[in-house]
Design a protein around this ligand. Structure first.
Ligand SMILES: C[S@@+](CC[C@H](N)C(=O)[O-])C[C@H]1O[C@@H](n2cnc3c(N)ncnc32)[C@H](O)[C@@H]1O
Length: 249
């Protein structure tokens, strides 16, 4: 389900951001600042849910050696095109983060998972599995950096509409919104992209569907400790969503 969602979303993914290039720059700068202050001197980074490369590109453009993987083959292909367009090197491959260590091996200074990727894993068991794999990819003293939506602040219910605004691209207007339907601690998400050709007024609706676990940051921090991370902390006001960090002692 997650693979199909992101494979279909791939050509439209940048529209999730008001200005994707600006997001790449800003997120790269903010994450580089966090990496420098918590694990100074880090060079070798692993992004285990890179998507089309928002964080991986921003960090590679700042001189880090970035290895990046994702579950979605289409996103990895697009991340490769985006890296080539910008003249940066990204070592890209398809990998489920629950097998990150078997796939990537160890020795990384910092492992990241950005923009609410971990909550695509629907059980605590799967999240701990992924976190243990991420930890095994690190050198001793290396860091884990995860950014997630703050589900404590989100309303529970059905038919919840989350507007993302409009985008104007090449004579087309896109209206983006998500609809959430909760069932306990999980919710089904439909992501709508209503595309209007401004010359012909022709309208096409794209919709992709997925499921998330609305896991709290407190729970995620407990799962990070269960996975063996130390000095686990939540950082607020440094990124557009909470950042959770932990260190492999
Ligand atoms: C919201 S996107 C964020 C992508 C990227 N970090 C960004 O900000 O552009 C979530 C990503 O998590 C990936 N993902 C979900 N489950 C995964 C898994 N088990 N292993 C690896 N990647 C996964 C999805 O394919 C998707 O690319």
């Amino acid at each position: 389900m997650t693979t199909d969602f992101y494979d279909q979303l791939t050509p439209l993914y940048h529209l999730v951001h008001q200005d994707w290039n600006a997001s790449i720059q800003r997120q790269g700068e903010q994450l580089a600042g966090l990496i420098e202050s918590h694990w100074p001197g880090s060079r070798k980074l692993l992004d285990v849910s890179c998507g089309i490369g928002t964080q991986a590109l921003g960090l590679a453009m700042r001189g880090y050696a970035v290895t990046a993987s994702d579950l979605s083959p289409n996103e990895i292909v697009r991340a490769g095109h985006e890296a080539a367009l910008r003249g940066v090197d990204l070592a890209l491959s398809v990998c489920d983060m629950r097998q990150a260590h078997a796939h990537h091996g160890s020795g990384f200074d910092v492992v990241i998972s950005g923009d609410n990727s971990l909550p695509h894993l629907l059980t605590d068991h799967d999240i701990v599995t992924a976190l243990k794999e991420m930890r095994a990819c690190l050198r001793e003293g290396g860091g884990c950096l995860v950014t997630v939506r703050d589900y404590e602040r989100e309303e529970r219910g059905k038919n919840l509409v989350k507007p993302y605004g409009t985008r104007l691209v090449n004579g087309r207007r896109y209206l983006l919104f998500q609809v959430w339907d909760f069932e306990g601690e999980h919710y089904d998400l439909s992501f709508f992209f209503v595309e209007e050709n401004l010359s012909t007024r022709e309208v096409t609706t794209h919709v992709m569907r997925s499921r998330y676990y609305a896991v709290s940051t407190a729970k995620l921090m407990a799962l990070m400790r269960d996975a063996g991370f130390e000095d686990v902390r939540r950082l607020d006001g440094v990124f557009y969503q909470p950042v959770l960090i932990g260190t492999r002692a």
